[in-house]
Design a protein around this ligand. Structure first.
Ligand SMILES: [Zn+2]
Length: 103
């Protein structure tokens, strides 16, 4: 099962020993708008890479790396349209995520 889910519901996962350690935002490399919120909930050796396609200008974020168990959610006024994740090793997740404007 993937540890990356499309919504941030930290409270539901506190029973699993997850708590919010760090929250960060992934921005577009071109227009600098916030695209994705990343919440780190547990320390682990897992490396998560994200490349996010911008819903505003069609460009992409820089390759973003965060270690640990994380949840991701769309930034304000956006939804996640697609998410393809590759697992080149069992501790490395590379996610290509495409954002869309919320209707
Ligand atoms: Zn952009």
């Amino acid at each position: 099962m993937s540890d990356i889910v499309a919504t941030v519901h930290i409270a539901e996962h506190e029973s699993l020993g997850y708590k919010l350690i760090k929250e960060d935002h992934i921005k577009c490399g071109n227009c600098n708008k916030k695209l994705l919120t990343v919440a780190k909930v547990k320390e682990s050796p897992q490396k998560n890479y994200f490349i996010v396609k911008c819903a505003y200008c069609g460009d992409k974020s820089f390759k973003y790396l965060i270690e640990g168990k994380v949840y991701v959610g769309a930034a304000d006024n956006l939804v996640i349209a697609r998410c393809d994740t590759d697992y080149p090793t069992n501790q490395t997740y590379i996610s290509n995520i495409e954002m869309e404007k919320a209707k």
